[in-house]
Design a binder for this molecule. Structure first.
Ligand code: EPZ
Length: 429
């Protein structure tokens, strides 16, 4: 178990300089599971070095694959994969381990995947994954907390998802690509990371139509082949840096590899708050701080709606807006844990079930806080930069699940943030 890490953040510095958005973690995770659909060597360009990626690579190595980084290019070789069981200690650290279920069942005819378990933001069941694979004629059973899947050969079917679940859509896309006959996934997730996976599968030889729309049609193939892929930019990191850049009116930050086309709704909301972005070149934008911030309403929704992963991030800036903002969280039942921590810094956030009311402007003052999940942790880093004096963020290793070297990149634009190893980890995990 890694020792705990804490970030020491001294607020108030004006931020000026350039940041480059890295590859999307949530595009890489399904792509790594997808390497099990065809043995051989894969190249992934622009891969973020984050804990979630390393965890998925550890699982692939347990199965017999090899992997190595050359700069930010990741090489994965699945030629010698020979196992179908995912280890409990790794699977339960990362929700995305469920993505091995579809790929292993489709290519090896069986899979043993521990239930990934819930996490801070919600129960996060995997019933849509199980139900969808049963439709494809897999036998799914539960044994001591492990999902056991068996299928001599998956058969295509029509599947209607109860909810456009991102990883359920991704799991079923991978499984259907090697199934016999045609599969239709209705009420499919439209996230860019789902489209990226469909593109990867297409390059591998799969026959997929409609990714990014409500219904995806897949005609199963007998065999696929390994590929090289350039990973799409991380729209959630990009949204995080958008808010980071606007924390103070005097800020001026240039963002490279900024995927405006994947952030339409968050940018619209940013402009409603009084923000503006200026195009300087292809995927390069200048973000300036916002003078008087206006309060707004946010409803989280599946893509292309406002992404749930960005509501904690936007909430930070909304604490400084002139009035009361309202955030309705429609995806996860427990995604306001950061609010309690933010109130320790002086925010005034009231939670009523799935609604947060944020009163502004409330000056923030540094205090010890704890990252409750990945995006909450990132939001609290931004809050620490905004607050006067010093904020200590405990459990900061959660932030490193999804952001590569966030402290180093913030220091590069003038932010004051350092890392300390926590000797006796505050939580006896
Ligand atoms: C993906 O999680 C992302 N993770 C999450 O990002 C993101 O918050 C989420 O999509 C929503 O956009 C990855 O892509 C690895 P869902 P996922 O299945 O697929 C319910 C981050 O910070 N549901 O779309 O697990 C579920 O409880 C992470 O990078 C079921 O009920 O989310 C939730 O209420 C956090 N049964 C809703 O659907 C199921 O079988 C949406 O979940 C599956 C989901």
């Amino acid at each position: 178990m890694d020792r705990g890490r804490k970030y020491i953040i001294k607020g108030g510095n004006i931020l000026k300089g350039e940041l480059t958005i890295k590859g999307a973690k949530n595009a890489v995770l399904p792509a790594l599971a997808c390497t099990l659909l065809a043995k051989g060597e894969y190249h992934f360009i622009n891969v973020p070095k984050v804990r979630d990626v390393f965890c998925m690579l550890r699982i692939l190595e347990h199965l017999g694959a090899k992997s190595s980084f050359e700069g930010s290019t990741l090489l994965v070789d699945t030629s010698s994969v020979c196992r179908v069981d995912i280890p409990y200690d790794l699977a339960t650290q990362i929700r995305a381990s469920i993505l091995f279920l579809g790929a292993l069942t489709a290519s090896f005819g069986e899979a043993v995947v521990p239930l990934p378990g819930g996490c801070a933001i919600g129960k996060r069941p995997v019933n849509f994954h199980e139900k969808g694979l049963r439709h494809l004629t897999a036998e799914i059973s539960l044994d001591h907390g492990n999902i056991i899947a068996k299928a001599s050969k998956l058969k295509g079917a029509e599947i209607i998802l109860d909810f456009p679940s991102v990883t359920a859509t991704e799991n079923l896309l991978m499984a259907a690509s090697l199934a016999e006959g045609e599969t239709k996934i209705k009420n499919a997730a439209k996230e860019p990371e789902v489209v990226f996976l469909a593109e990867m599968l297409g390059k591998m030889g799969a026959d997929i139509r409609g990714a990014g729309e409500d219904t995806i049609v897949i005609r199963g193939r007998k065999r696929l082949k390994p590929v090289k892929m350039e990973v799409i930019p991380d729209r959630i990191e990009a949204g995080t840096f958008l808010i980071l850049s606007a924390l103070f009116p005097e800020n001026e930050v240039i963002l490279n590899n900024f995927p405006v086309n994947l952030l339409e709704y968050p940018i619209l909301k940013f402009q409603e708050m009084g923000g503006s972005i200026k195009k300087l070149g292809k995927n390069t934008y200048q973000i300036k701080g916002i003078g008087n911030l206006r309060p707004i309403e946010i409803q989280t929704a599946p893509y292309p709606g406002f992404p749930t992963d960005l509501q904690p991030i936007f909430a930070i800036l909304l604490t400084q807006s002139q009035g009361i903002s309202r955030i309705k969280e429609n995806l996860f039942e427990n995604r306001f844990l950061y609010a309690m921590e933010l109130n320790r810094l002086g925010a005034e956030i009231m939670i009523e079930e799935r609604v947060a009311l944020i009163k502004g402007p409330t000056p923030l003052t540094g205090s010890p806080v704890r990252a409750t999940d990945l995006r909450a942790g990132a939001a609290l880093v931004l809050a620490g930069l905004l607050a006067k004096n010093t904020t200590t963020l405990y459990e900061a290793e959660l932030v490193e699940r999804g952001y590569e070297d966030l402290p180093g990149r913030i220091r590069a634009i003038g932010g004051d943030i350092t890392i300390e190893e926590e000797l006796n980890h505050s939580l006896c995990k």
